[in-house]
Every structure is written in C-alpha cells, then in structure tokens.
Design a protein around this ligand. Structure first.
Ligand code: SF4
Length: 359
C-alpha cells in the first residue's frame, strides 16, 4: 500500500493521467466531484464512475493515508488534530473558528529545520517533506469531521502556518495550493489562503513570480539582526538586509499587501525602542505592510521565554500606530489546549509508544 494520495493531483494532472489511459476529460471531472464535493472515503464509493476507471484509480492511488491519532477540543471551538501518517509520523492540524468563517492551519513538513528558538515544532528536526496530497488530506480530514457533525459547515480559509517551512517544500506547496483553490473542488478562494514563511528570500521572489493571489506572511520577529539571530537562527543565513529586498520585490511585483509577523517575547523584543526600530525598518513599506503582533504562548520546552505583559503589548501596538504603521494583535485560539504550534505533537512524540514509526 504505497500508492500516493490522489489528493496530490491537480485537476489538470488528473485529466492528463486519465487521458493517457483512455478516459475522457468528463470522467476526470466526475472523479474530482466525488473527491471534493461528495467527499467519498474510497474509490468503490464512486458509484456512477465507469468500473474500469475506478479499478485503475484503486490500483494507483489511495484516498486516505492518514488516521486520527488524537483530537483536543477547546472551549472556544478550536480543534487540534494529530494525524498519523503511513510511515508512523505524527502531524498537527488545527481548525479555528472566526467570525468570518472556519480556517484550517496545515503542516507542510515532518519536523522543521529552521529552528526558531521559541517554537515547539523546531525542536524536532525535519525528517521529510509532506507531499501535496498529504497536505491537502489534512483539510479533507477536517472537512469530513465537520460533515459528520452535520452542521453544514465548510472550511472557508486555509493558513499554511503549521509545522514546517512551506517554502522549503516549494513544489509540493504549489500543487497543494492549486488543488484546494480549484473552483470545481474545495474552492477555497486564493484570497482566503495565507502562506507563512520564516523569510526564505529566494522563495519569496519565486512566490511573487507565480502571481498566485494567495496572501503572504513573513515572520520578522525582531527589528535588527542581533535580536533576530537570537530568536531565529535562519537569520544568520538570510539576514534582514537580504530579507527586506525580497519583500520589496514581492510588493513591487504583486502589488499585494503583506503581513509581517512579530511574536512578542517578554523583555526580549517587546520594548518601545524595539517598536520604534521596527517602524523605522518598515517605514517605506507602510502602505502595503501590516504588522501582526502575536502574544507568545509559553511552552514547557522554552522556559527562557515568557508572555509579554498586557501593558507592554499595548505600548508596542500604540507606538507602531503613532508611527503610521498598520498593526493588529492576533486573537488567541484554543488557549485551554496545547495551543502553541507543535506543542501537542512535541508532547506526543515524547511518549515512547507514540513516537516510534509503525512502518
Ligand atoms: S516557527 Fe515555523 S519555521 Fe520556525 S521552527 Fe517553528 S515551524 Fe519551523
């Protein structure tokens, strides 16, 4: 059972794959509808699809490669899922409820090599990239969970901010984005999708060149190299003087807005002088940039970091505002569960019976 997930194929790829085997385009569309609109659990369930086509698909692909290992539900409706992959690895996916809809945060890699010093995910080095199908399947799993609840709810937004650096898995990310945005399938509008990067400058440029109207968020987290290197070791390889020109290239090329993520760590990067320095750094981009302040969620694994005082958060916010910078403070989701990215997985991976791959 090592066939790839069928969710990794874009509609064009499915049409081409079936055409090479003598099946019409309309059949590919029929299969597509079964996958994404009727959300069938196995190929045999595609009851009105030609039997030869069903057998062919069954021989070469699988619909489900993941099983639910654990689920935590928060009082605010946030649900954190741990899915087990076929190779035994665990990945995290989170469903969040907002006023504007339901968003799912997906994982793109098993572990992460970027090594942000505040992040529970970064504690476990990357062992492999997820395929486009494995990323898309997370959304299908969550959508099936919603289907079963019977409230007629639909995933409307996707954030690629889970475990991993999405731009370090660029080709699979691009296929994934095409799959979920396809208007005949899940039809998640590109403007409802946000990809978050730690700041891989070359890939920011490549992403701009694709002209995909998907939102981009860049993790800045500090206004100068000394502090940013302390928080994110990737800054050694890609310092601010390399990152900012890539951001400028993106803004110029796409004319789209960008979000700059800034995690607030008490007495590390949350002082008014840091806000002033940040305002100066991004002053020329202020029309197209929004700073998203993220109050830190303490995790056991990183006891050196604490959450900023509320007064410090507000002082930081007010300073940016006064400098004419667009700024928001991220609302918390799932504060009563293992809310920080990678926290649930990290805890589970530390349990010997959960950590050992099964295949
Ligand atoms: S914050 Fe994102 S990029 Fe940084 S270590 Fe964690 S998962 Fe990787």
């Amino acid at each position: 059972m090592n066939q790839p997930s069928i969710y990794g194929l874009t509609l064009d790829q499915l049409v081409a794959w079936l055409a090479e085997r003598g099946h019409k385009k309309s059949r590919a569309h029929q299969v597509w509808e079964w996958l994404y609109r009727k959300r069938v659990g196995d190929f045999a369930g595609m009851t009105d699809v030609n039997a030869d086509c069903v057998a062919l698909l069954d021989e070469h692909f699988v619909i489900r490669t993941q099983t639910e290992h654990l689920r935590q539900e928060s009082a605010d409706g946030t649900i954190k899922f741990l899915f087990r992959l076929r190779d035994g690895n665990l990945i995290e996916t989170v469903l969040m409820r907002h006023k504007y809809g339901l968003s799912v945060c997906v994982t793109t890699q098993v572990g992460c090599n970027i090594g942000c010093s505040f992040c529970a995910s970064g504690l476990i080095a990357k062992s492999r990239d997820l395929s486009a199908g494995e990323i898309a399947e997370q959304i299908m799993n969550v959508q099936r969970h919603l289907d079963q609840a019977g409230q007629d709810e639909k995933v409307s937004h996707v954030v690629v901010m889970g475990i991993g650096e999405p731009f370090d898995n660029f080709a699979n990310l691009m296929d994934f984005l095409q799959v979920i945005a396809d208007h005949k399938g899940l039809a998640i509008g590109p403007r409802h999708i946000t990809v978050s990067t730690s700041g891989l400058a070359d890939k920011i440029r490549a992403f701009a060149d694709t002209q995909l109207p998907v939102n981009l968020a860049v993790s800045l987290h500090a206004p100068n190299n000394e502090l940013r290197t302390r928080i994110m070791k990737i800054n050694r390889a890609i310092p601010i003087e390399k990152l900012m020109p890539a951001i400028d290239y993106y803004l110029e090329k796409t004319k789209r807005r960008i979000t700059l993520e800034y995690i607030l760590l008490r007495d590390v990067n949350d002082r008014v002088e840091h806000a002033m320095e940040l305002a100066e750094l991004i002053a020329d981009r202020r029309k197209l940039a929004t700073v998203n302040l993220i109050p830190y969620n303490p995790v056991d694994e990183h006891s050196q970091y604490q959450r900023s005082e509320q007064a410090a958060i507000m002082a930081f916010y007010d300073t940016l505002k006064k400098q004419g910078i667009n700024v928001s403070v991220r609302l918390e989701h799932g504060a009563d569960i293992d809310a920080a990215c990678g926290q649930l997985r990290s805890k589970q991976m530390n349990r010997p019976e959960a950590a050992s791959p099964t295949a």
